[in-house]
Design a protein around this ligand. Structure first.
Ligand code: ACM
Length: 268
């Protein structure tokens, strides 16, 4: 059975300094060089706590802009899949997005955050991509992405799992602790691997302080923790996964969590 290595990168982006953040990300990529897939936090290139749309517009880039192009070159050279949170400018809109950067492709694939959190609602447009899965034949991997607050909506991970995701990448800037109870359950209830790349540090803007909680982790399809960082360290954690294990949803000869579903009794 094919084994893959998934890295989650945890660090403290500096607000408003994409050059410095990308330099840090490239250094951390060196530590992740044995991984097939490397996942960075939400808005990793710029920091998080935007106050206005104007502030986002000043730093947002299209998916084929210089920052993603730089990371694309890196992915090609390193032959790695990268998942990177960044503020995206597209069609006169501003999205809190994650790029899936594929080593064999000139263009990245972009997921735009569906559920905006707190003051993101003042600064970004709600994502319009919906949830989708990218098949990466060279790795025999089906990869889905949700971003941070999307975790509060079980429909997000369920939609990705129903589309065949083996691994859900979750670039995050988590500021509460409830997710630690829930993320492993999202993995278990969908029988998928789930990798949370969360940031660390504090951002204070206009007298309001956000503390980011670290504890990035990779969860197995049975909800167990494969690796987990502490709340404050800058680190790269690497876990081994077997994507094929997620493709039968049975956990004993009688019980299959997808075949046993009764959607006619559910309300969305
Ligand atoms: C979050 O969605 N950044 C909590």
């Amino acid at each position: 059975m094919l084994k893959l290595r998934v890295a989650v990168v945890q660090f403290t982006p500096v607000f408003g300094d994409p050059r410095r953040n990308v330099a840090t990300m490239l250094t951390l990529l060196d530590a992740a060089r044995s991984a097939h897939v490397v996942i960075f936090p939400e808005l990793a290139t710029t920091g998080y706590f935007f106050q206005t749309r104007q502030e986002v517009a000043a730093l947002a880039e299209p998916a084929d802009g210089p920052t993603l192009e730089r990371l694309q070159r890196e992915a090609r050279w390193r032959q790695q899949v990268l998942v990177v949170g960044f503020p995206e400018q597209a069609n006169n809109r501003l999205y809190n997005s994650a790029a899936i950067v594929l080593p064999g492709s000139e263009q990245c694939v972009v997921y735009r955050k569906t559920h905006l959190f707190y003051k993101e609602k003042l600064c970004f447009d709600p994502g319009d991509t919906g949830f989708f899965v990218v098949h990466i034949p060279a790795l025999d991997l089906r990869l889905g992405v949700m971003i941070c607050y999307d975790w509060r909506f079980p429909e997000a991970a369920r939609t990705l799992a129903l589309q065949g995701a083996d691994l859900i990448a979750c670039p995050s800037n988590l500021v509460t602790t409830a997710w630690e109870m829930v993320m492993p359950v999202r993995a278990l209830e969908n029988k998928v691997y789930l990798a949370v790349a969360n940031r660390t540090g504090v951002e204070e803007r206009n007298g309001e302080r956000l503390v980011f909680r670290g504890k990035s982790a990779v969860y197995s399809y049975n909800g167990s923790v494969l690796c987990q960082a502490n709340a404050e360290e800058t680190t790269v954690l690497i876990a081994e996964i077997e994507p094929e294990q997620t493709r039968t949803k049975a956990f004993d000869p009688f019980d299959d969590i997808f075949a046993d579903r009764r959607p006619e009794h559910y309300r969305l």
